[in-house]
Design a protein around this ligand. Structure first.
Ligand SMILES: Cc1cc2nc3c(=O)[nH]c(=O)nc-3n(C[C@H](O)[C@H](O)[C@H](O)COP(=O)(O)OP(=O)(O)OC[C@H]3O[C@@H](n4cnc5c(N)ncnc54)[C@H](O)[C@@H]3O)c2cc1C
Length: 449
């Protein structure tokens, strides 16, 4: 009797749990996985590959670059990009959309166009299991075989520190006070919250660890404050920051907070949330603050996508839980030489930003093409270019531009050639605002054209 999809999902959950207990990929795991793949799940409706097949899971900033550039560097390679979304909506610049400084069209892009322009297959499906023994990826639309697999599925949220296993609280936080740091419905909910906000405290949070997009919570606080000021709303943003200070572009953000939004932003650094009472709408911190709020968006800690655990290639990093266990120079899984991981799932302390993920996608494409074609490759640093808007009409922005170098003594990557433009005042700030829009257009061109 063939197993139903529900049975398979159950088995894959068990597998995920079994791989979570350690990186050892035991023979027993392999046997179970083999038995999963031998049940009659249909093959995905894809043509037979004419060359080595590379399957990329995740069409975000990293996966899109891997797909495009792999096909460019190694045209004989059969490239399949599996992405669960049918439309790409950009997280970068979404803070501007939240306060009507740009429209949704600017953020929205077409996967079919990207795949047609660049000669790879876009397969719109959700991956729920990976069988490393038979090199198969299980999706809700059928099974896809691979020669090499790239995992670029981005992040998941880690609410544990706040909820201590209280799933009711977690469900409410996810449903009613979403973070808006994973593209999708969360952003629409957050936009509605901002539009409907009339008075009181609007709580935002900055998590610890190496969270996705270091400047984005400060940018979001600035832009919501700008919107409140413009609309004459009797309220303020209360920004509860787990970190001792603003984590990036400190001069630019703190001068904006103090000079533009003194009445509209209350910044609470070094404050860990110790209690959230959603009935009373009250947050308590370890600094003794009790903050009542009218509305909120809680950004919890992050972790690597759970898909890494399903594949058995996850490990706690120095920063976050369950990130990709890879060689930092080749992006190859330490568990499985046929798997590569890219983008925000990486364990290195690079900025978890779109530009970094995209430039890393170029590198991973070069690495895999070189391996397929039997050539040498040389590691190159990812590039972090990141603009943050601090006000609108005209948009004023600040920016950072950096590469990374490996410090052998510290056994860690550090910034190299970093430069910042933190003055949002006058012409410089307005030019940076224009630079922000141009940067985004350039990145979308790189991924979709
Ligand atoms: C509000 C906000 C503002 C930001 N601002 C900036 C900025 O100004 N500049 C900047 O450089 N960066 C910014 N970032 C950060 C940037 O968005 C991320 O660093 C970047 O998206 C990471 O790329 P990625 O490819 O690793 O992950 P993502 O872009 O998240 O892509 C992962 C993809 O995998 C897909 N996926 C996941 N699981 C599965 C599955 N099981 N099956 C199939 N598909 C799956 C997802 O649908 C998604 O499309 C911002 C982020 C946010 C949230």
């Amino acid at each position: 009797m063939a197993l139903s999809r529900r049975d398979l999902l159950k088995i894959s959950t068990i597998l995920a749990a079994s791989t979570a207990f350690g990186s050892e990929h035991s023979k027993k795991d392999d046997d179970i996985k083999k038995s999963v793949s031998s049940y009659g799940v249909q093959n995905a409706p894809l043509p037979k590959p004419k060359g080595p097949r590379v399957v990329i899971v995740g069409g975000g900033w990293s996966g899109l670059a891997v797909a495009k550039y792999l096909k460019k560097f190694s045209p004989k390679t059969d490239v399949v990009l599996i992405e669960k979304r049918s439309v790409f909506i950009s997280c970068p610049l979404s803070n501007l959309w939240l306060v009507d400084l740009i429209d949704l069209q600017f953020l929205t892009h077409d996967y079919l166009q990207a795949s047609q322009n660049n000669g790879y297959i876009y397969f719109n499906a959700t991956v729920y299991d990976i069988d490393r023994v038979s090199k198969k990826v299980f999706t809700n639309e059928g099974v896809v075989s691979y020669d090499y697999l790239v995992l670029a599925p981005g992040i998941d949220y880690d609410y544990e520190e706040w909820t201590k296993g209280d799933v009711e609280l977690e469900t409410k936080l996810r449903g009613f006070y979403p973070a808006g740091f994973i593209p999708g419905s969360e952003h629409f909910t957050l936009k509605r919250k901002i539009e409907e906000f009339e008075e009181g405290n609007f709580v935002l949070t900055v998590p610890g660890g190496n969270y996705r997009c270091l400047p984005a919570p400060y940018e979001r606080a600035s832009l919501i404050a700008w919107y409140m000021k413009k609309e004459g709303i009797k309220g303020k943003v209360v920004l509860i920051d787990e970190n001792p200070d603003i984590t990036i572009k400190k001069d630019g953000f703190s001068s904006a907070f103090n000079e533009l939004y003194k009445e509209y932003i209350e910044y609470l650094p070094g404050s860990k949330i110790t209690g959230i009472d959603l009935d009373k709408k009250r947050v308590v911190t370890d600094m003794g603050d009790e903050i009542d709020f009218t509305d909120a968006s809680f950004y919890p800690r992050i972790r690597g996508s759970k898909l890494l655990e399903v594949a058995g290639v996850a490990k706690d990093s120095a920063f976050n839980k369950k990130e990709a266990d890879i060689d930092p120079f080749t992006y190859q899984s330490k568990e499985d030489p046929y798997i590569y991981c890219a983008g925000d799932v990486r364990p290195m302390g690079f900025s978890k930003s779109g530009n970094t993920a995209n430039s890393e996608g170029h590198l991973v494409a070069k690495i895999i093409a070189s391996i397929i074609d039997g050539k040498e490759f040389k590691w190159d640093s990812p590039i972090t270019v990141c603009y943050s808007a601090v006000s609108g009409e005209p948009i004023r922005a600040i920016s950072v531009n950096a590469k990374y170098a490996y410090d052998k003594k510290k056994k860690a990557f550090t910034f190299k050639d970093a430069s910042t433009m933190e003055n949002w005042k006058g012409r410089q700030g307005i030019m940076s605002g224009k630079g922000l829009l141009e940067w985004a257009k350039g990145m979308y061109r790189d991924m979709f054209m």
